[in-house]
Design a protein around this ligand. Structure first.
Ligand SMILES: Cc1ncc(COP(=O)(O)O)c(C=O)c1O
Length: 423
């Protein structure tokens, strides 16, 4: 183990130096430099709720939540205890025997999912769930085409990158999956024109997180539902980011009362403790996908720890005050950010999103980088949207307190006040 052995002549401690050097040598030198530039070249010593303390003793209010993994905050005790007690007795994976936590999780997700969604596949990541949804749609319809949205992000595997609508991320890996067509997000006419009898599925996020909480006009998802129904195509909704209470209800599709054919989940479903991905689908389309062992399997799919963590996460969301707290925090955050937009018209020019998934739009990306760096140094963990350097994505844990929201807003005000708009 590497230990902190005090400060060095360059002001950096031994821990940071060793870890950074290993990142540079063995992992990713660009990422190491990026963290250093942001002042995040430290390791986490302690994290609880929406607060993180690094090994140098600096405290941060978390407006990132592990990019949407920590909806329940850091170290959510109910999930931690459930996983810990699982270690103490049962084998961690029991294929080819039956798994009670897997069966229980499937039943629970069916209970919670909208409409008649009642077939479940549990895997290990959001991208794996997206891949599985593409395969399911092709099998169920016998059609080749997937219609997806510009600006969407669905993960880093080749299939998920192919349906993502962010060319800078996917271009280096061409050729991508054939049969994918992208349309402008939120444009009903464009979607309608693109969907045909060749379309297996329309794949959409309710809000596009990685481009900076891009939010479609009201009525877009119901219109997508109708377009799919007319063409006999499936509506697949990716709620890896928007699910588990992030936008208000448990799933964002509930905001517009839409029942998709397939719901994709991941990230915070595992409570931030164990990796997980999930599909919940209509029984009519499950057929060949569900019957084929090889179609819906991977070594860790349905992993016992992941299922136990997900069950504890769902119980926490159902039985504790998390979603009510998120609603209060969201109102405070929205009001505070609206004031911020009004207060800095030369720097900031918009606010989008819902619940605790919000995008603050800036005039240019240099300002974003400067604001982010300054805010981090002042104790607010914040970041630019991964696919849009002109927006800051704000995505705190749902359990964040109102005092912490206000503290974060205060830091943002200060950071903006110190930034001069680029000429
Ligand atoms: C909407 C959405 N779908 C899918 C994914 C991929 O999930 P994972 O990183 O678990 O593969 C992400 C990741 O950020 C995402 O935001």
């Amino acid at each position: 183990m590497w230990h902190n052995a005090g400060a060095q002549s360059d002001g950096r401690d031994a821990m940071s130096s060793q870890v950074l050097a290993a990142y540079r040598e063995y992992l990713n030198p660009n990422y190491a430099s990026f963290l250093e530039r942001l002042g995040l070249d430290s390791t986490v010593a302690e994290a609880k709720g929406a607060l993180i303390r690094d090994h140098r003793g600096r405290e941060y209010v978390d407006f990132v939540a592990g990019y949407g993994v920590f909806n329940l905050g850091h170290n959510p005790q109910r999930v931690v205890m459930a996983v810990r007690s699982e270690f103490d007795g049962a084998p961690l994976w029991n294929r080819p025997f039956l798994s009670a936590p897997l069966a229980e999780l499937a039943a629970r997700l069916v209970d919670l999912a909208p409409g008649d969604l009642s077939r479940v596949f549990i895997c290990s990541t959001g991208a794996e769930a997206v891949e599985s949804a593409i395969k399911l749609a092709r099998l169920a319809t016998g059609r080749p085409q997937i219609v997806a949205a510009e600006g969407a992000f669905h993960g880093f595997t080749l299939g998920a990158l192919s349906v993502s609508g962010v060319p800078p991320q996917s271009r280096p890996f061409r050729p991508l999956l054939p049969g994918v067509r992208h349309v402008p997000f939120g444009d009903v006419d464009a979607l309608s024109a693109a969907v045909s009898s060749d379309t297996a599925a329309v794949l959409l996020e309710p809000i596009q997180a990685e481009i900076g909480a891009e939010t479609p006009p009201v009525g877009y998802l119901p219109a997508a539902r109708e377009i799919c129904d007319r063409a006999g195509a499936l509506l697949v909704i990716d709620e890896v980011r928007t699910g588990m209470g992030r936008t208000g209800p448990l799933f964002a599709v509930e905001l517009e009362r839409v029942t998709p054919d397939v719901l994709i989940l991941g990230k915070s479903l595992g409570g931030g403790i164990v990796p997980i991905g999930a599909l919940v689908a209509r029984p009519q389309i499950w057929g060949r996908f569900g019957l084929s062992f090889a179609m819906s399997a991977s070594s860790f799919a349905g992993n016992r720890l992941a299922c136990v963590a997900a069950l504890a996460t769902l119980a926490t969301l159902a039985e504790e005050d998390v979603m009510a707290n998120a609603q209060l925090a969201a109102t405070t955050l929205w009001e505070g950010l609206t004031d911020l937009v009004a207060g800095y018209p030369g720097l900031v020019n918009g606010l989008t999103g819902k619940g605790l998934l919000l995008g603050v739009h800036f005039q240019n990306s240099h300002v974003v980088e400067e604001v982010v760096c300054r805010a981090i140094r002042k104790g607010l963990l914040i970041g630019a949207a991964f696919c849009n350097s002109r927006r800051i994505l704000i995505e705190p844990p749902l359990i964040i307190t109102l005092a912490e929201v206000r503290r974060g807003l205060g830091v943002l005000w200060e950071a903006l006040g110190e930034v001069t708009p680029a000429p």
